[in-house]
Design a protein around this ligand. Structure first.
Ligand code: ASP
Ligand code: MG
Length: 507
């Protein structure tokens, strides 16, 4: 057993087929010469989506969907296994386990089709199967390479509340169970391969941590096991300065702070599940984002401090598929509860509000929600304010779906005067019209709303203004160093990561 522990998470595309699993297992085998390693795996890419789709078909009474998918999953996992594990006995053991899991799946699908009912609890049980199928295959691939992999289900380790579909972990019991179960394995030089995405309530009911949750699993376990570092192996080379489809000069950021990374995750650069960094913040455990397809590249390191750069701006991100709702009129000045009623309406609908802006004259409140929620939000507000509209206290409630949010993110913007000035000046020069602006008091981002057609121009102008694309100097304790070169701009994986669909559509 080595003194330092690395927790390594491999996302769906990094375990997408036998060749990917072999590449990832090789990364683990190499690291295990220097570190104790705990592996966390996602489902093979696409599997979770297929499991969930079939569950909805079963709910509509389709009795075949589950069976058809079960057959496809058997084939997919057996094929990977055959390519990775030459030893027949070892293979047979995993095949038996796969059959057990598929049988469990069949029962769940049959029950769903029979009752035509799909509870969140059942959906969790169904959607967990991808990770549970993948872990034994990955563990066997490691063993075939001469490093002893042991598949472990995270239901034994991660204790959560009972909020199915997005459960929250409980740190203390998780710590106890993880150390008890994982400690002895590490002592024997074994490599636990843990299912990402899932946990269990204290009385043993399986839960999931929410879509894309295996990043979160990795940091939960990293914190519980006092890991030295956590590496999220994915299919992009880390966190980029901007969406490379829109900004050709975008490049990988070498180091970024927890807050900046969380801010970017929230604002649509979906490299990480938004909750991922929470568990590691108190202990300050660094998290790396690296590319399992290019393991020689350094990736992005996420730390407490980040690394300060000149102007304080680290990255830009844009959220599209959103709509701006505004509510206002001169009459609302006198109505003290307009803000309260507006946001209790969105809260009732569980519509996440991405940005809020209110002018001090209170003539107008505007906010942004995902397009998926925009029409229901608009309708609900018109109902809520029906009386006020009738009496012209509120004179309009409108929606503009052709907008986007652009966020300029960087922790060191705080206390750096002029970032906002430079941002809006350069946008002015490009003729980009700004519809609304918000800057939180945390000052880690300035977000503004522009028309959807001007997103690209806005990103290009700000990227250039803050020199994000050129090789530049980063201050360090010892002196300075220069950021290494960019990345392969044509890589489809990198592009995918910025489509906002990345993880989920590939999962
Ligand atoms: N397989 C799960 C999902 O697709 C978890 C993950 O991949 O992070 O959401
Ligand atoms: Mg993911």
């Amino acid at each position: 057993m080595h003194t330092k522990l690395q927790v390594m998470k491999f996302g769906g595309t990094s375990v997408g087929d036998a060749a990917c699993i072999r590449r990832s297992a090789q990364i683990v085998a190499n690291a295990s010469r220097e570190y104790s390693v705990v592996v966390v795996v996602s489902a093979m890419s696409g599997v979770t989506n297929r499991l969930i789709d079939a569950a909805h078909q079963a709910k509509r009474g389709d009795r075949e969907a589950g069976k058809t998918l079960g057959d496809a999953l058997r084939k997919q996992h057996f094929e990977a296994l055959a390519a990775l594990v030459p030893d027949e006995h070892a293979r047979l053991r995993v095949e038996c386990r796969i059959e057990e899991l598929l049988a469990e799946g069949t029962r769940l699908y049959e029950g769903t089709a029979l009752l035509r009912e799909l509870t969140l609890r059942t959906l969790d049980a169904i959607s967990s199967l991808g990770e549970r199928l993948c872990a034994p295959v990955f563990a066997a691939a490691l063993s075939a390479m001469g490093v002893a992999g042991v598949a472990i289900e995270a239901t034994e380790l991660i204790v959560t509340d009972s909020f199915h579909g997005g459960a929250d972990p409980q740190a203390e019991p998780t710590r106890q169970r993880s150390q008890q179960r994982i400690g002895p394995l590490l002592q024997h030089g074994q490599i636990p391969v843990v299912t990402g995405f899932i946990g269990a309530t204290s009385d043993g009911l399986l839960t999931t941590l929410g879509r894309g949750g295996s990043d979160y699993s990795a940091t939960i376990l990293g914190a519980a096991l006092d890991a030295a570092e956590i590496i999220i192996w994915t299919d992009v080379e880390g966190v980029l300065t901007a969406d490379p489809r829109l900004v050709a000069e975008a490049r990988t950021i070498p180091e970024i702070s927890y807050r900046e990374a969380a801010e970017l995750a929230y604002f649509g650069a979906r490299v990480l599940h938004p909750k991922t960094l929470r568990p590691v913040m108190p202990a300050g455990i660094p998290v790396w984002i690296r590319n399992s397809f290019a393991p020689d590249k350094p990736g992005t390191k996420i730390t407490q401090q980040g690394r300060s750069i000149g102007g304080g701006v680290k990255a830009l991100t844009a959220i599209r598929d959103v709509a701006l709702i505004s509510i206002g009129g001169p009459g609302i000045v006198g109505v003290p509860d307009v803000v309260g009623r507006t946001f209790s309406t969105t809260a009732q609908l569980r519509a996440e509000v991405l940005l809020i802006s209110q002018s001090s004259s209170q003539n107008d409140i505007c906010f942004i929600v995902a397009k998926a929620h925009s029409q229901t939000t608009l309708d609900a507000l018109r109902r809520e304010f029906a009386q006020d509209l009738a009496h012209q206290v509120v004179d309009h409630i409108t929606m503009d779906p052709n907008i986007a949010i652009v966020a300029v993110v960087g922790e060191n913007m705080r206390g750096t005067p002029g970032v906002a000035g430079r941002t809006f000046h350069c946008l002015g020069n490009e003729g980009v019209n700004i519809i609304a602006i918000a800057q939180g008091s945390s000052e880690t981002n300035i977000s503004f709303v522009v028309s959807d057609q001007s997103v690209k121009a806005a990103l290009l102008a700000t990227h250039r203004e803050f020199d994000l694309g050129v090789s530049r100097q980063f201050g360090t304790m010892q002196g300075t160093f220069t950021v290494p070169g960019g990345f392969d701009k044509t890589s489809p994986e990198i592009l995918d990561a910025f489509e906002g669909k990345s993880d989920l559509e590939k999962s």
